[in-house]
Design a protein around this ligand. Structure first.
Ligand code: FAD
Length: 306
């Protein structure tokens, strides 16, 4: 069996695996897709000591660094369930069961979807979740941003520099974004903000998005907006559904961890965006991966389960 089995190959998982291997622990890492959200990121300018890099470059560096150590890397493998017992048992989608003395969950998060007709049909054909990645595809066109939180308004400001026009649709009466971001957005000539707007449908011509329908929640009236693209910015969902009955989570599905990264089940640790950490960033995910890994080491020397 493994001594530390890491689930997730983003910055948190990579960092955890390296810390565990450096303690001489038998370490495995299972990842649905190595690199995680970083693989989808274009520019990264806040990974301290590296002035500027790109997602795919950072992923290649993460992978190379993990390869420096004796870590069993199982890429393109999805974990389905986790059972406690003498040893923890992690069941994979391919039917394999991996056993380990400790488990470190670093399965990250994904964009929240609107769940309206047309969204899935036009995903990648006008419906987008990543302004950094897909913004340039809409150069000179009209787009919408769904969501008036920090990520939505940041996206609108970012997109307004590239596209012809941005319409922000916010479900609530007011925007939740920081005042400074709202001021910036309002100062840009090509951003319109509509509040109390419930998006009801993504429309298209069968090939690509051509607009959206929304209901004005104040008046009940339905409206259509013509657009080439829709950026959905309504939050992050932790990839923790498969662990619902295993460990304690917040109401939003974030795994609750203590100062050592330990969950409600002794021997199961968690790190990165899947946890209730205050902010979700690469450097934070890496730090918490290191913390949880050292927490697992601490657990192993105390429990000496051989
Ligand atoms: P993730 O990166 O989400 O990795 C999760 C890993 O778990 C993946 O390998 C995934 O395949 C795997 N996984 C999930 N479920 C399973 C399962 N059931 N079985 C097996 N494996 C599973 N942060 C910054 O600091 N700077 C930035 O400039 C920046 N820009 C960003 C831009 C975009 C477009 C996005 C999406 C995020 C950005 N972030 C940025 C945030 C940053 O990417 C995340 O905070 C960070 O990647 C979180 O790392 P993580 O390891 O916790 O999770």
């Amino acid at each position: 069996p493994f001594e530390v089995l890491v689930v997730g190959g983003g910055p948190a998982g990579a960092s955890a695996a390296i810390y565990a291997a450096r303690k001489g622990l038998r370490t495995g890492i299972v990842a649905d897709k190595f690199g995680g959200q970083v693989a989808e990121t274009v520019g990264i300018e806040n990974f301290i000591s590296v002035k500027a890099t790109e997602g795919p470059k950072l992923v290649a560096n993460l992978e190379a660094h993990v390869h420096e150590y004796d870590v069993d890397i199982m890429n393109n493998q999805r974990a389905l369930s986790l059972k406690s017992g003498e040893l923890f048992e992690l069941e994979l989608e391919n039917g394999a069961v991996l056993r380990s003395k400790t488990v470190l969950l670093a399965t990250g998060a994904r964009w929240r979807e609107m769940n309206v007709p047309g969204e899935q049909e036009y995903r990648g054909s006008g419906v987008a979740y990543c302004p950094h990645c897909d913004g340039p595809l809409f150069k000179g066109k009209r787009v919408a941003v769904i969501g008036g939180g920090n990520s939505g308004i940041e996206a609108a400001i970012d997109l307004a520099n590239i596209v012809e026009h941005v319409t922000v649709l916010e479900f609530d009466k007011s925007l939740r974004a920081d005042e400074v971001l709202q001021r910036k957005a309002k100062s840009m000539g090509n951003i319109d903000i509509i509040t109390e707007a419930m998006t009801t449908e993504v429309t298209g011509d069968g090939k690509r998005v051509n607009g959206l329908n929304y209901t004005d929640r104040a008046t009940g009236e339905n409206h259509h907006v013509e657009l080439a693209g829709i950026f959905v910015q309504i939050g992050l969902v932790p990839n923790s559904e498969w662990l619902k009955d295993t460990i304690d989570m917040t109401a939003r599905g974030e795994i609750i961890v203590d100062a050592k990264g330990e969950t409600s089940v002794p021997g199961i640790f968690a790190a990165g965006d899947v946890t209730n950490s205050a902010y979700k960033q690469i450097i934070i995910a890496m730090g918490s991966g290191a913390t949880a890994s050292l927490g697992a080491f601490d657990y192993l020397i105390r429990h000496n389960v051989d």
